[in-house]
Design a protein around this ligand. Sequence first.
Ligand code: NZQ
Ligand code: ZN
Length: 386
Amino acid sequence: MEAFTYSYPVKTYFGKGAAPANLPTELAKVGPNVLLAYGGGSIKRNGVYEELTDLLKKAGKTVFNFSGIMSNPTYEKVQEGARLAREQKIDFILAVGGGSVLDCCKIISAQALLEEDIWEYEYAQHQQPGKFLPMGAVVTAFGTGAEMNNGAVITHEAKKSKSPLWGAFYDFAILDPSYTLTMPLGQVISGAFDSLSHCMETYLGFPREVNLSDEINEACQRNIIRNIRKTLQDPQDTQIRSELLWAAAMGENGILKIGKTGDFQCHMLEHQLGAYTNCNHGRGLAVLHPALYRHYLPEAAGQFARLAVNVWGVEPAGKSQEELASAFVDQLTAFIKEIGLPTSFRELGIPEDTDLKAIADTTILTGGCPKKFTREELFQVLLECE
Ligand code: NZQ
Ligand code: ZN
């Protein structure tokens, strides 16, 4: 195993009623001015907004709404939130939503206290912010596990770049499965597929030999696959929803990453696809994964073969490692189709004139990827997705 230090900063409150049971104690620790950040309004329609504002009022807080955080949050929206946080002397941010709201707030919490422009600070000066407004997360859409880490994915429209920025960890996260029951089924499935992708991306990095982190990871993958299938049978079952909600958090709470350097090449490619098309993250991954993985069949054969047997239940007797590795990619491809996710750019619905060459040329190449991609080969992968 690689050397590691393990400790985790995000206190997690999981279960039905987790907000009324725990928010009062958490709110008592922070100042009076609270930025209540959310997306396009789903929380107003499903009652979550009312429940949380009641709790905030009872705790004596002055609430400043910051709404309209869009999917694939933009750098402009971060700046808008940071300005509001400064103007209103915000003491605490309560982020309520899915990965987009949670990511946007991680960077607001840093930019509000940073004089330099955060994009320049991180990408030109290669610095990481060290001061943050304290924050709590209430997860209403799961999949990304964004509540568990301090990375945010922000779209800088002027630079045509959807890229990671480092921000704050949440001080606490509230995961109430009942808050997620109103998610559109399509978002549940694409979100859960994103969780599966995080597990696979972590698994395929270094070290490549069998290790404890990967064996736990295999269990998470089996769980997600089983519960996606069950969700399609019974979309409103809270037990199934609970499993997927926690599996999403497990993908990003550091446990599967202990002693590992992840792959995440597919994510980097999807993020740039998002920068150019604003596509849904999980659906973009669904199109890209099989095409990309076919390109690393030789390099990742050992890991793919293990996934075929240990996750997808392929019978190993009489099969070579290469045959098992191919069987893994075939199983994954068939599963994506089975659960109704797109298998091509056409099905994903992105414009035909999308500049795939520019996407390949601007994608971050990761050090943990089993294969050293050239720009030309990444472009080839994208062409195979059309
Ligand atoms: O905006 P509202 O009206 O709230 O609607 C949202 C949005 O349209 C809706 N929604 C959320 N909770 C709901 C609900 N609708 C009904 N009932 C509820 N309870 O769901 C839609 C999608 O939300 P969004 O937050 O955009 O989705 P997701 O959680 O998939 O987040 C995607 C973003 O996270 C980034 C992605 O790149 C993308 O920008 N990621 C962040 C990661 C991280 N920080 O670790 C890791 C991921 O790999 C990913 O890159
Ligand atoms: Zn993801």
